[in-house]
Design a protein around this ligand. Structure first.
Ligand code: FAD
Ligand code: SF4
Length: 511
């Protein structure tokens, strides 16, 4: 055998550079389902089901194109990990080389390199051309800098890829960023009739996967009963076109808004398809820009959407490889509290958490502000150890791959890498959640109560966080207002907040 082409579960693109020069007579594609990928963090049933179903569909697409695949299905082989399965494949096939595209996880990249070294087989790792900035290009951008700012990187990417620029090379609409137009909340009557996202009923392959997930991971959290995520490129394209036609219009305005029992609102729901590589970011950006050029959607929606993909998504990937492996252990705020057990069940009295966690465990999805300002904000202000929060986010979302999950969780949400690539801790109290959603109306707590009986845990923890990190927050112009507000409270009030926060930390199961 000439090349063994290793395809990982998030590398499901037929145009992947891994297949360049592929010759069916001399090469073989290799894919493996192994328990460790669902167990090194306790991956929920929905997340595991999506990865396995998309992998099996992809293997079928390759085979139908005459590309032979050595595919190891869960339960049909004895190997617990990628290393063990690959070591066996190398000893059986004795290829001249292993060829693969850059992995999405530092852990896997190391493991595969180690396995190839041990077998004395050459490993050829090719740049992942799915991304619009290469790892080398980002390293050059970061060179010599202590801190990185997403906005500067985003503008560079807009210019490099000529996205939303006018004929003079200036940003369309005269500004780079319409962020201030992206913070609308729904009025008292809520979002009204929402366009339902496309749903993809499980086919025979997915049904078999769902049965396998129950057999092998029946005790894992969450449910895959309502599985309807896109699992093929064709389905992902349908999902993309559906978003462009029906939800992009209001995406910008209501990007940060939340509403009871409305998990999807105007969001794209394209992250899992992008991260599995069923969709290419360029085609998604082009489709959104085309909608604006056709006059179908406002610029603020399209710019807001492009910023998430060409800005945040690429930036987070660059940051991940820039900061690994240290990022995985970062804990700048020295937080060590355990993650409350109800993160895994959704059985909690706080309505905002019940809503965000409940939909996460049912669907594998929550939108950005639910992740950042509901579950993430509480973990930050409660003082949870970053490694435990990271394990939770990597387990529960269908789009969770470490290159994007870790910097978002540890860096953006928990401020555990300090101000290296975010400008401030994203901390908020119940007032923020009350402004951006109707969750508080259905809650047993009152968002404005800061201590004592009936106090809102989000508000209590917010003020306690500000008090515990007062000096750090005071020294940052973007957060000094938080400490100024705290300094208006009497000593008695501050003591009452501290007492209530301590009680809550001691008995999180009562929340
Ligand atoms: P939309 O709201 O429609 O946004 C469009 C696209 O922009 C997304 O599909 C996504 O590809 C991209 N995007 C938006 N925000 C970000 C961001 N901050 N970083 C990277 N890409 C972004 N995203 C993941 O893809 N995987 C993760 O594991 C993940 N974990 C997160 C953990 C935390 C604590 C936080 C705060 C955010 C996380 N995100 C993650 C980013 C973001 O929340 C999701 O990309 C988004 O909610 C996916 O839903 P959507 O496709 O409907 O996105
Ligand atoms: Fe969340 Fe507090 Fe509002 Fe309840 S009152 S929903 S706990 S913010």
């Amino acid at each position: 055998m000439r090349n063994l082409i290793v395809v990982l579960g998030d590398q499901l693109s037929l145009s992947s550079v891994a297949f360049e020069g592929f010759d069916a007579a001399q090469d073989r594609i290799w894919m493996a389902e192994v328990p460790e990928e669902s167990e090194h963090v306790p991956s929920t049933k929905m997340r595991t089901a999506l990865f396995l179903s998309a992998m099996r569909h992809f293997a079928e697409a390759l085979t139908s194109r005459g590309m032979p695949v050595d595919y190891l299905k869960l339960g049909t082989h004895p190997f617990a990990s990628i290393e063990a399965a690959l070591a066996d494949a190398l000893s059986r096939h004795r290829p001249d080389a292993v060829v693969m595209v850059e992995a999405g996880e530092w852990r896997l990249e190391q493991a595969i390199a180690k396995t190839c070294r041990a077998a004395n087989v050459r490993l050829a790792v090719r740049d992942d051309l799915h991304f619009m900035a290469s790892r080398a290009e980002f390293a050059e951008h970061a060179q010599g800098k202590q801190r990185l700012v997403m906005e500067a990187f985003y503008r560079k990417m807009r210019v490099k890829h000529e996205v939303l620029l006018d004929e003079r090379g200036q940003p369309e609409g005269g500004q780079w960023n319409f962020d201030h137009d992206n913070r609308g909340a729904f009025g008292r009557n809520g979002p009204g009739m929402l366009p339902p996202p496309t749903s993809f009923a499980p086919d025979a392959i997915t049904r078999e996967v769902l049965a396998d997930v129950e057999t092998h991971f029946g005790d894992h959290y969450g449910s895959a009963e309502r599985f309807d995520w896109p699992v093929t490129r064709e389905q992902a394209l349908v999902a993309m076109n559906d978003f462009m036609a029906f939800r992009l219009q209001d995406f910008g305005r209501f990007q940060d808004a939340m509403w009871t029992d409305e998990p999807f609102l105007y969001h794209g729901l394209l992250s899992s398809s992008l991260n599995l590589k069923l969709l290419d970011p360029r085609e998604v950006i082009d489709a959104a820009v085309a909608q604006w050029r056709a006059g179908a959607v406002p610029l603020e929606s399209v710019e807001g959407f492009v910023r998430q993909i060409l800005g945040w998504r690429e930036f987070m990937r660059g940051v991940y490889w820039w900061r690994m492996p240290d990022l995985a252990d970062a804990n700048a705020l020295d937080h060590h509290q355990d993650l409350p057990g109800w993160y895994w069940t959704g059985e909690v009295g706080m309505n905002c958490m019940k809503q965000a966690i409940g939909q996460t465990l049912r669907t594998g999805y929550a939108h950005h502000i639910q992740r950042l300002m509901v579950t993430g904000n509480f973990a930050l202000t409660f003082g949870v150890a970053p490694a435990q929060v990271h394990a939770w986010y990597l387990s529960v979302y269908v789009d969770a791959v470490e290159w994007v999950e870790l910097p978002n969780t540890v860096g953006m949400s928990l401020f555990a890498d300090g101000a290296r690539f975010v400008t401030k801790p994203y901390a908020g109290g119940g007032a923020y959640i009350n402004r951006m959603s109707n969750y508080c109306g259905g809650c047993r707590y009152k968002p404005g109560t800061r201590s004592g009986e009936g106090a809102c845990p989000v508000t209590v923890m917010y003020w306690d966080f500000v008090a515990r990190h007062e000096r750090m927050l005071e020294s940052n112009p973007r957060t000094v207002v938080m400490t100024r507000n705290l300094q208006r409270f009497s000593a008695d009030e501050r003591a009452a907040i501290r007492r209530t926060a301590n009680d809550m930390r001691e008995r999180p199961e009562l929340l």
